[in-house]
Structures are given as structure tokens and as C-alpha cells.
Design a protein around this ligand. Structure first.
Ligand code: CA
Length: 435
């Protein structure tokens, strides 16, 4: 039951291992959490295949979304002490924080690559289309759902609100760094969020940080840098992603060739031919994907069956570091050797690259959506973070990319057949690493 001001009779709380408690006092938020599109996020892992590397990383997008909402709730509470705004804006902020990931599907990264779908488009579709989430939002007024969607799409006219949810230091990043560090068990992601929230100050188009809180901001930037390389781009996780995307590619290829599946990919057909409806999409989750992979282990197609077995039993590909320019020289020979020993190179010889900018400062004239972080100096003026912080300056704008070549080492090391070819492949691969 809600009172006329939209507040619940009694505040609700969720226990949370990262923020201890998540407080809900608005009926709107309570009802959004209950909507089926939001409940579905319980069945989608926040970190995709990372659980195969860090076994604790089983947390869902549901728990992350609640966390982003809670951080936003605290940000808004702090900022409201320092400014006044239309009371409606508070609920727009909270709803946008809660729903910012609502369009994510199962194993989003692989799915988006293979099917050219975009979770941001699905987010817009769920918020503004025919959904329970939209029905709840629409009770707030005709344009309310559109405003929430605009904040998430970064097109909302109040840029301060946009910056709270998507900038270089926002509620989304703060929650996932803390939460992913907690569930993976690594210590790199820690930073003093309480302090960051206390030194945050509203400016016209973004939140800035009091100069005295600079070290807390530095700590946050460094934790981000560490988490990227230690957790998000972990080569074992990427190996699992490589196999996952190859499974989806293989299934699509087989479907196009009219292969007779024992287990038809009925849930994927509309994805494969790009006719997926909102209703189809909302029904997809990771348990469905696992069901197919489990069933496809028994398929007669040796590639699909082998890749699914690898994924389910965690027999992943091994990797060597590679330099793409060097590697072009040996690529034709490698592919030829793979074909000769009966391994399809498109599925068993895969280059994967990752890169990240730990902190990007403003570069005039460059098209870049990432707004720099600003410090508020004692005289009230604003200074870009990397001009004040030596640590941040040292890692600013430095793009680090690494390339790895993935392959099934177990099949190459078993040299009962094609011993000569396999030995040659291993030599070529290890030369890569040495070069
Ligand atoms: Ca997020």
C-alpha cells in the first residue's frame, strides 16, 4: 500500500553483501522490482563466463541493478542537500539506475557479437514498449517512461542526471567494481565509496569532486584499472567466451545448412534470422542456454558436440600471446595444418583482443562521449583530474591492447595421429609467444 506521496507505508529493505542494506521507500521502485522483465535479471549472470575462472562470480544482474539503485539513492540524497530540483527528477534518477541494464540478455558479450544485437536497444524497447516495466512507469505520467529511457540513452536534457549513471565515475561503475571484487574474491576493486559520495558536488552538467577527496577518486581509477586486467579480461574467461561464441556460430551455420538437430534451436531461430520479438527476448535467459548446450553435447555434428562438451566440462582452449603483425606471416600455414589434421580453423584457431582505457581525459576536438572527471578547487574553480593527480596522469589516455591466440592444446598434444603436423603447429604457436 502506498500513501498519496508515492511512499510505501513502511520502508522495505533488501540485505546486500556489498551495501549491507538496500532501502526502498517509493512504491514505483518496489513495483519495478516486481516486474517480470526485472525478475528475469536474476537468471542472467553479471559477469558472463567469469564464474569459470573465479568460482564465486555467480552473482546476477538483478543484484547489481539493486546496488546501482542504492548508490543512486544515496547520491541523490546527498546532492539534494546542496541543490533544489523538480521532485520528479529524483524518481527519474532512481528508476533509470534500477533499469539501466534491463535489456541485457544471457551472456550478452558473445550474443551481441554473434547476432549483432544491442542490449541498449532492448533496454529502450523494454522501457518504452509493451512490458510490465512500462506499465508501472506509465502510471507516473505520460512522458515518464520516455524520460527514464532518455537518461539511460544519455539524451536527457539534465546532464547532471546523465552523469550520475554514465560517466567515468558513476553509480553503475561504483557498484560493479565493488560487487565484482566481492564476488570474485579479489582485493583490487576496493575503494572508499562513502568518501566519494561525501565529496561529490552538483554542477550544471555533471557531478564533480571536492579537491580534498582526490585520493579517493585516484583509488577508484586504480581499482578500475586493476579489475580490468585481473578480472574482466582474464584469459581463461576469454577462452570460455571464445568457445561460447563458436558454439553459437556453429549452431547458426548448421541451421543454414539444414542440419538435422536432435535438439532444434527453437529459442534462437528468431535471433538467427533477426525476427526476435520483445516477448521472445524477455524469455531468453542463461538457464535456457545451458539446456541447449547440455543437449548439444549429444549432437552428431562433431564440432558442435565437442565445443559444447568443452564449455559444460570446462575443457577450455589454451592460448599464446601473439602479435597480429607477426602472426599474419604464419597464418596461412597454420590454417592449412589445422585443416590437414581435421580441425576446422574457424572454430579451433581464434584470435581475441581486448583493450581498455583506464581513464580518459578530455581532448578538445575529439569525438568522445566520456566526460572527464573534474575536481572542485578550494577557490571554487574546476580542474580536470589528470592535471592535479600524478597517478592518474600516468595512466591517462593510454590504451593497452593485448592479443591472444586460442587453440585446443589437448588435441595437439595427443600425437597418436598426425604427429608431425601437430608438432609443427605447436612449434609455430610457441614461436609466436617468443617473438
Ligand atoms: Ca551495469
Amino acid at each position: 500500500m502506498a500513501r498519496p506521496d508515492g511512499h510505501l507505508e513502511e520502508e522495505k529493505v533488501f540485505k546486500d553483501p556489498v551495501h549491507r542494506y538496500i532501502h526502498v521507500r517509493d512504491e514505483l521502485i518496489w513495483e519495478l522490482i516486481a516486474a517480470r522483465e526485472f525478475q528475469r535479471l536474476r537468471r542472467i549472470r553479471q559477469l558472463g563466463t567469469t564464474y569459470l575462472t573465479f568460482h564465486g562470480a555467480e552473482h546476477s544482474r538483478f543484484t547489481h541493478s539493486l546496488g546501482v539503485y542504492e548508490i543512486m539513492r544515496r547520491m541523490v540524497e546527498n546532492l539534494e542537500k546542496k541543490m533544489t530540483w523538480d521532485p520528479d527528477e529524483r524518481l527519474v534518477c532512481l528508476a533509470a539506475a534500477l533499469l539501466h541494464d534491463i535489456g541485457h540478455g544471457p551472456f550478452s558479450h558473445s550474443f551481441e557479437k554473434v547476432f549483432q544485437t544491442d542490449h541498449e536497444e532492448w533496454t529502450q524497447a523494454i522501457i518504452t514498449g509493451d512490458s510490465e516495466v512500462n506499465a508501472v512507469l506509465s502510471r507516473m505520467g505520460e512522458d515518464f517512461a520516455g524520460r527514464v529511457a532518455d537518461v539511460i540513452a544519455k539524451t536527457y536534457d539534465n546532464k547532471l542526471i546523465v552523469s550520475l549513471i554514465s560517466s567515468q565515475i558513476d553509480a553503475d561503475r561504483m557498484d560493479y567494481l565493488l560487487r565484482d571484487a566481492f564476488y570474485t574474491g579479489v582485493s583490487y576493486g576496493q575503494f572508499d565509496m562513502e568518501r566519494l559520495l561525501r565529496v561529490m558536488r552538483p554542477e550544471e552538467d555533471q557531478a564533480v569532486f571536492k579537491h580534498s577527496g582526490m585520493h579517493a577518486v585516484e583509488d577508484y581509477i586504480l581499482s578500475r584499472y586493476q579489475m580490468y586486467w585481473q578480472v574482466y579480461f582474464h584469459p581463461v574467461t576469454r577462452s570460455a567466451e571464445v568457445i561460447l561464441s563458436r558454439i553459437l556460430n556453429r549452431a547458426r551455420e548448421l541451421l543454414e545448412e539444414n542440419y538435422e538437430f536432435r535438439q532444434q534451436p527453437v529459442h534462437f531461430v528468431s535471433l538467427f534470422n533477426a525476427t526476435m520479438t520483445l516477448e521472445d527476448y524477455v524469455r531468453l535467459d542463461e538457464s535456457i542456454i545451458f539446456y541447449y548446450f547440455q543437449e548439444w553435447v549429444k549432437e552428431t555434428d562433431p564440432i558442435l558436440s565437442d565445443l559444447c562438451t568443452r564449455f559444460m566440462d570446462r575443457h577450455l582452449f589454451k592460448y599464446v600471446e601473439c602479435d597480429p603483425s607477426q602472426q599474419m606471416l604464419i597464418w596461412p600455414e597454420l590454417q592449412e595444418l589445422f585443416r590437414k589434421i581435421g580441425l576446422h580453423p574457424s572454430y579451433y584457431l581464434v584470435i581475441d583482443s581486448s583493450s581498455d582505457l583506464p581513464y580518459d581525459f578530455y581532448r578538445p576536438g575529439e569525438k568522445d562521449e566520456r566526460m572527464p572527471i573534474h575536481l572542485q578547487m578550494p577557490d571554487g574553480s574546476l580542474r580536470e583530474l589528470s592535471r592535479e593527480s600524478d597517478i592518474v596522469e600516468a595512466i591517462s589516455g593510454k590504451k593497452r591492447t593485448d592479443h591472444k591466440l586460442y587453440f585446443p592444446a589437448d588435441l595437439l598434444e595427443d600425437q597418436t595421429t598426425f604427429a608431425e603436423e601437430k608438432q609443427r603447429i605447436l612449434t609455430l604457436l610457441h614461436q609466436q609467444e617468443g617473438s
